[in-house]
Design a protein around this ligand. Structure first.
Ligand SMILES: [Zn+2]
Length: 499
């Protein structure tokens, strides 16, 4: 691996309304078969090797059964039964398990057979999503690179309801970028390399690229970001501002903001070994913002998008910021530093304040921000906050519909702010006991986003989940790209004032 950017996830998808014939089966390396619960005998008989499949499915009606057919090319198969009550998350999870045995099979057939009207499309959607996610190869720095077999093409059979393949391909590429970048080791993806890489990507995708380096940020008075960056041995941290402009923009500006701490030692309040080990993943939020931008741009959505990535390390050393420092952010708010490991909210504070100047119609930030988010929700879902209370229910629904589930926490309650009152500055960076830190972090960030801007803050607890999550087979999930696309297609309710 010499390139820091992933290769194009090129997995052609063909589809036919014709049923799968024995000659088709011989051309496949593996076939994924999804059937509904209670499939009629006649429908079973239309499948290849029906007796075998029916017998196997009865043996394990809840799980995935797999094996090889006795056809000329000994095609592999995975079969699972889908319950009509299954949620999107459950469908995607099942599809991931079916795909797990097929991830090294180049030519993959997909069959969702016997579904009632309205259900085949969503069954195929789950299979396509899982297959594309499994086709993505993660970075490898092994000295001897093996040419590994992987999924190279998909063919959908007996299609009556076609899922949105273009959407899923763009999403898969965006999610792949997010997972790839988050997986890279921190000596390869340091601040300087990350900025260079984004610049290169911006050029190839036709986005405007601007780097606010340390000098520009000093001019902007972005003291909160610079406090974090000042511990870096090199002066190469910065805030990247990307612009995607569609040919015929028809909607208000969308702004995506991401936390990009390439390695988080905790700073002066140094983390212990276990807590520090995976801190190269602390740039996961920026990778999700970038992956979402890539997917939006590949889809050519008519919405202008700004993307702001705060890129730095959080290091130790004699220049590093320390507890009780008082810092002034770019919007003039003064901050009493309590804990240097709460660096994400410091760097985001200035980034949100700078991004707010363009008055976006919607601003979303993504950050692996707090441990308390994970303690509250586990790594199965992410926490979401909004300065629009009436979005709570719709946001839960959008999470459910995407399979990337989010759960809202309170943000509006004024009494939380009492705890952040500082005797010396405008606000404390965080509390000392860490209780409910994800809520306090969101309250803190709210000081940097004017109320006039509709804002979502996503604390990415589900950035990393052991064994994969929903359709994603790797521990690093890229959680957020699919959610963002769902959110953009569904939209959020507007009040009379905002419409
Ligand atoms: Zn930290």
């Amino acid at each position: 691996m010499t390139e820091l950017l992933p290769a194009e996830l090129s997995v052609p998808i063909r589809q036919t309304s014709k049923k799968l014939l024995p000659a088709d089966l011989d051309k496949l390396d593996h076939l994924l078969i999804l059937v509904p619960k209670g499939l009629a005998a006649k429908a079973w008989s239309q499948l290849p090797f029906p007796e075998l499949l029916k017998k196997l499915s009865q043996r394990d009606p809840e799980g995935v059964v797999s094996g090889r057919f006795a056809n000329a090319s000994a095609t592999g198969f995975s079969l699972a039964v889908l319950s009509p009550e299954a949620t999107v998350f459950e469908r995607l999870t099942l599809a991931r398990k079916m795909t797990a045995v097929a991830s090294k099979e180049p030519v993959l057939g997909l069959l969702a057979h016997g579904f009632a009207s309205g259900l085949q499309g969503s069954a195929l959607d789950a299979l396509v999503s899982a297959a594309l996610a499994a086709a993505a190869r993660m970075p490898s720095l092994k000295s001897k690179q093996k040419r590994e077999r992987r999924i190279r093409s998909l063919k959908l059979f007996a299609v009556k309801e076609l899922p949105d393949l273009k959407l899923r391909q763009a999403e898969a590429q965006g999610n792949y970028l997010a997972r790839w970048l988050t997986t890279l080791p921190p000596n390869k993806l340091n601040s300087a390399a990350y900025c260079r890489l984004v610049k290169k990507l911006a050029k190839s995708e036709g986005w405007d690229y601007r780097l606010l380096g340390q000098k520009e940020l000093e001019k902007e008075g972005a003291g909160a970001f610079l406090a974090v960056a000042q511990g870096n041995p090199e002066r190469d941290a910065g805030i990247v501002h990307l612009k995607y402009r569609p040919k015929k923009p028809s909607e208000k500006l969308l702004t995506l903001v991401g936390k990009g701490i390439c390695f988080d030692t905790g700073g002066t309040n140094l983390k212990p070994h276990g807590a520090m080990l995976d801190m190269h993943e602390d740039m996961g939020g920026s990778a999700v913002a970038l992956g979402s931008l890539l997917a939006i741009s590949r889809l050519g959505l008519p919405r202008p998008v700004d993307c702001w990535l705060e890129i730095s390390e959080n290091m130790i050393g004699n220049r590093a910021y320390k507890p009780q420092d008082v810092i002034t952010a770019s919007n003039g708010v003064t901050i009493q530093v309590i804990h240097t490991d709460a660096e994400g909210r410091m760097a985001l504070a200035d980034t949100l304040a700078l991004a707010s100047r363009d008055k976006p119609g919607l601003m979303i930030d993504y950050a692996t921000l707090t441990g308390s988010c994970v303690r509250g929700l586990t790594t199965r879902m992410s926490a979401i906050f909004s300065n629009r209370d009436y979005w709570r229910e719709p946001l839960i629904e959008i999470g459910r519909a995407s399979g990337e589930r989010v759960w809202p926490f309170p943000l509006d309650e004024k009494d939380f702010d009492q705890t952040l009152e500082s005797p010396i500055a405008d606000i404390k960076q965080c509390t000392t006991d860490g209780m409910g830190d994800h809520i306090y972090a969101a309250r803190f960030l709210r000081r940097f986003v004017p109320d006039s801007i509709p804002w979502l803050h996503i604390d990415l607890g589900a950035c990393s989940h052991e064994g994969g999550l929903a359709h994603i087979p790797t521990q690093i999930t890229g959680f957020g790209v699919r959610l963002t696309l769902e959110l953009l297609s569904t939209g959020l309710p507007k009040t009379a004032r905002e419409s």
